[in-house]
Design a protein around this ligand. Structure first.
Ligand code: AMP
Ligand code: MG
Length: 526
């Protein structure tokens, strides 16, 4: 066995400060009176590193030599531990698709430990797909390569877009296959397995609190609240009650900001169950997520949700608030004053509305937000939908519109943003008129083209990880060629900078992808 050369320092507060499951056996069960269960990753046949994010390795304190060491694949494939790691699975519950689902828990996630880096930051390392835990219910604890590539790339893409998110350190193939029924239609098939190591300051979810409230385990609920405040919100001050009130308000504000970012970049999470809501307000659990191509607030990538469209793009702000209400309900017994919870919910709305409006103004290149700007923004979104335009390409193109417009056909400046010729034609006149009014208003704000362009390009990404692009990387990697994963990992590092050599990754979703599995249809079974 090789000697680890790593220099990681672990400080595993979650397992050291919160009660664990006294039962050491790794079998499915209800776990009572504990916040976590000790569980070892299940070893895999041939762990091999398919990709890793260099800046995340640096963040947690792993050198290039550590990553090159064979031990890295062993540890992040679940076959070995670095000294100081204390693997566990967390107990949580959740509301799934609007209904209380009881105990869920880390069914295929295993935290290895909490690293303290040289800057004093805390980063929890968590494997996803490392084998069964007491919370696996009827499932296998594993993850397939396609969904692991999607989670790995999207975590990093979101980070570089400036969206609060969990990060991804590594993507390790297991050399084993996993059987999945991709669309729950009776066609189960073996697929290559993989494990992603996710990294975040905290993996605590709304559901960690909900399960304790549902079981009336109020002592542990209070303990978890105070633990979360002490570890993840150490800046909060005051009496215990004051801290709890300030904490909930901050959770609400952070959640609002995260959703504003999703709406800015056209991200649809797809499974906003309360067990997939992070208490520190970062995007967590990349499953059947997607990016809006042709702008449609009703669109959801999740086929499991096709009927109700509960988690569609335009409903994400309302769902986040609904989820915060479920969290608030769970917290009632440990809050001296329910007004503090109501104040937090109100704060969600206040922060959301203010930042959403500011974000929209910035996307459209306005520095002012008067009635005229708001009217143009509203009409702009209506046209984006009615003329079936590409969300990302439209805003990027708008930023390229110069200070002087041609006398006719200014719409041509938008370039390839349309998906449907008939819908483009039907809206052509309205769009031309809107564009001229937008232009006039943008000039009135007093910023010259170069300044306006730079400001707009800073909020309107050039590159987002469209489903059809991720799918090409998945298809190639499944066929044995991971190079596209590496290429995309490079491209997504600078999503606001035009990279002409990779312009083909920013094209409108091609027709072949409109109804292809993985491109516009994904299920929870990843
Ligand atoms: P999700 O909606 O994908 O975040 O998962 C909801 C719950 O199902 C969580 O408790 C997961 O840990 C669990 N789960 C999902 N897939 C698996 C799997 N393959 N094995 C075990 N548990 C799983
Ligand atoms: Mg989940």
């Amino acid at each position: 066995m090789t000697t680890p050369r790593h220099t990681l320092t672990f400080d595993n507060r979650f397992v050291n400060e919160l009660p664990g499951d006294p039962d050491q056996e790794n079998r499915r069960r209800q776990v009572l009176g504990a916040a976590w269960s000790p569980v070892m990753p299940t070893p895999v046949a041939r762990p091999a590193v398919l990709a890793h994010a260099r800046d995340v390795a640096e963040l947690v304190g792993l050198s290039d030599a550590d990553v090159q060491d064979p031990r890295f694949a062993e540890v992040f494939g679940g076959n070995a531990l670095y000294p100081g790691m204390q693997p566990y699975a967390a107990c949580y519950g959740g509301h799934q698709f609007g209904n209380w689902a009881g105990q869920l828990g880390d069914g295929r996630a295993i935290t290895l430990g909490e690293v303290r880096n040289a800057r004093g930051e805390r980063w929890e390392l968590q494997l996803k797909g490392a084998g069964p835990t007491p919370y696996s219910r009827t499932a296998d604890g594993r993850a397939v390569l396609r969904s692991s590539i999607r989670e790995f790339l999207c975590s990093e893409a979101m980070h570089h877009l400036g969206v609060p998110t969990t990060r991804a350190l590594s993507l390790v193939t297991t050399g084993e296959s996993v059987v999945r029924d991709m669309f729950y239609n009776g066609n189960a098939a073996p697929e290559p397995g993989a494990i992603v190591c996710r990294v975040a300051p905290s993996f605590i979810r709304f559901g960690n609190f909900e399960i304790l409230a549902a079981r009336n385990d109020l002592a542990l609920l209070a303990q978890l609240v105070d633990f979360t405040i002490a570890r993840d919100f150490p800046h909060l001050e005051g009496s215990s009650d004051e801290k709890r009130a300030a904490w909930f308000a901050e959770v609400c504000a952070r959640t609002a900001r995260m959703i504003v970012h999703w709406m800015r970049v056209g991200f649809v999470h797809g499974v906003m169950n309360t067990d997939n809501m992070s208490i520190i307000g970062v995007t967590i659990d990349y499953g059947p997520y997607g990016w809006v191509d042709n702008f449609d607030p009703h669109w959801t990538p999740n086929t499991t949700d096709a009927q109700m469209r509960r988690y569609r793009f335009g409903q994400q702000p309302a769902i986040a608030q609904w989820n915060l209400l479920r969290l608030a309900e769970a917290l009632v017994p440990v809050f001296a004053n329910e007004d503090a919870l109501q104040a937090g919910i109100d704060r969600y709305s206040t922060v959301y509305i203010a930042e959403y409006e500011a974000m929209h103004a910035a996307k459209f290149g306005f520095t002012e937000r008067g009635a005229a700007e708001q009217q143009l923004i509203r009409e702009g979104f209506t046209l984006l939908h009615d003329a079936e335009m590409d969300f990302t390409r439209f805003f990027r193109a708008l930023g390229e519109i110069p200070d002087t417009l041609p006398d006719t056909n200014a719409v041509a400046l938008l370039g390839n943003v349309f998906y449907d010729e008939a819908r483009r034609t039907a809206q052509a006149e309205a769009l031309e008129a809107w564009l001229r009014r937008w232009h006039e208003r943008a000039l009135v704000q007093g910023r010259p083209f170069s300044e306006r362009r730079a400001a707009m390009h800073a909020v309107n990404p050039w590159f987002v990880l469209r489903n059809y692009v991720a799918q090409q990387a998945i298809d190639a990697a499944t066929a044995g060629d991971p190079s596209l994963v590496h290429t995309l990992l490079d491209v997504l590092r600078n999503p606001y900078t035009e990279q002409p050599a990779f312009a083909h990754f920013t094209e409108r979703r091609p027709e072949w992808a409109r109804h292809k599995a993985g491109c516009s249809m994904l299920s929870c079974s990843s």
